[in-house]
Design a protein around this ligand. Structure first.
Ligand SMILES: NC(=O)c1ccc[n+]([C@@H]2O[C@H](COP(=O)([O-])OP(=O)(O)OC[C@H]3O[C@@H](n4cnc5c(N)ncnc54)[C@H](O)[C@@H]3O)[C@@H](O)[C@H]2O)c1
Length: 352
């Protein structure tokens, strides 16, 4: 089969991970890149050997050498761009979160059905080798039925500013940006049970802590210390149809002693922490046994995760793989995120 022609939409920070991974895949030809900011698209094209930098979406979608696209733009444009790409006959890999709203996510799912094209959601952490290993143990029944999960992605001073701090473009704050990763990982490891109720809280108490200038922080290119209208902390308890539950907490700003990443799943026979580092806890001969797998990567590695995600997407486009992050699961995650915001606004539990 000939090589898959790729177009990348959005030429900001995360596009580099997509571009470097496509460039390393021998079954790919990097055909085109488009960004609202043409200079940025031209810069990435030159850096990663992309043949064309386009000034409009129409040019990219009209290019018949583009068979599939990665969408790496602000959250509020994911659905519109993905639907246009699907309608133009392209397969789509869209960055997380799938969309800004549930309504958009559902329109996107309908477009996937209507066009018969492929769409994968950029749940890159599912593709990490530590996640694949944990899934193997779970699928083999080593942990028994998983009935509880804990997902924590806490930053003390981690509001990137710019569009991430603009609810209109991002759809929310840490919950939709970084909470989504750990929520998805836990839910994926639990076997994607159906959520039934959600109780959530969001807080806007500390803002972006722009006053702290002596501690390193990531700033998006259009960082403005005075612009921020997203929550700085969110937490939630999600109950599933099978009786399992999941506790989530995530922040951009919090008076915590340190940043924290935790993805834990707990079953009837054993438990595991995927992050910050893969470890199992099992029981044998009336004894608790903590087990550390002897593998190269015990934690998420950006280069490895993105390479695996992109390789899988390319294989899928070539008809050589099964879906790992289908649109239906992106929609379900959007329903949970949206229900957390709704519950927080109403001050009570909501049913899904
Ligand atoms: N998977 C991950 O670990 C991960 C990490 C970071 C960001 N992301 C996701 O990637 C996406 C982009 O984030 P980023 O950090 O690269 O942001 P960024 O601000 O660095 O880049 C976004 C780019 O998109 C362009 N853009 C916005 N709307 C557009 C449109 N309608 N058409 C064309 N270009 C448009 C902007 O001009 C900008 O260059 C977001 O959805 C974010 O959630 C994922």
């Amino acid at each position: 089969m000939s090589r898959i022609g790729i177009g990348v939409i959005g030429a900001g920070s995360i596009s580099a991970m997509h571009l470097q991974s496509y460039a390393a895949n021998p079954d790919v030809e990097l055909v085109a890149i488009y960004d609202l900011n043409l200079a940025r698209a031209q810069h990435q094209a030159a850096k990663f050997g992309v043949a064309n930098a386009y000034a409009t979406l129409e040019e990219l979608l009209a290019d018949s050498a583009v068979h599939a696209v990665s969408i790496c733009t602000w959250n509020n444009s994911h659905a519109e761009l993905a639907i246009a790409a699907l309608e133009a006959g392209k397969n789509v890999l869209v960055e997380k979160p799938l969309s800004k709203t549930v309504a958009e996510a559902e329109m996107l799912a309908a477009a996937v059905s209507r066009t018969g094209k492929l769409l994968q959601v950029g749940f890159v952490r599912r593709f990490s080798s530590n996640a694949k290993l944990l899934r193997q143990f779970i699928d083999a029944g080593d942990l028994g039925e998983i009935y509880y999960a804990k997902a924590s992605n806490i930053r003390r001073i981690g509001n990137p500013g710019g569009w991430f701090a603009d609810g209109e473009r991002a759809g929310g704050g840490p919950l939709i940006d970084i909470g989504v990763h750990v929520l998805d990982l836990c839910w994926f490891m639990m076997g994607s049970p159906k959520p039934v109720t959600v109780s959530g809280n969001t807080y806007h108490r500390l803002g972006n802590r722009a006053n702290i200038t002596n501690l390193e922080r990531y700033k998006v290119s259009d960082y403005d210390p005075d612009k921020n209208d997203v929550e700085d902390l969110a937490n939630a308890l999600i109950r599933f149809e099978n009786g399992a539950s999941l506790y989530l907490e995530t922040s951009y700003s919090l008076h915590a002693l340190e940043d924290e990443l935790l993805v834990g799943v707990y079953g009837e026979k054993g438990g595991a922490e995927l992050e910050p580092s893969l470890r199992f806890t099992l029981e044998s001969h009336d004894t608790v046994i903590n087990v550390v797998p002897q593998v190269d990567l015990l934690t998420f590695n950006f280069d490895e995760g993105f390479q695996n995600e992109i390789n899988h997407f390319v294989s899928l486009c070539r008809g050589e793989a099964e879906e790992i992050a289908p649109v239906s699961q992106g929609v379900e995650i959007m329903r949970m995120l949206s229900a957390i915001y709704e519950s927080a606004a109403l001050g009570r539990e909501v049913a899904l």
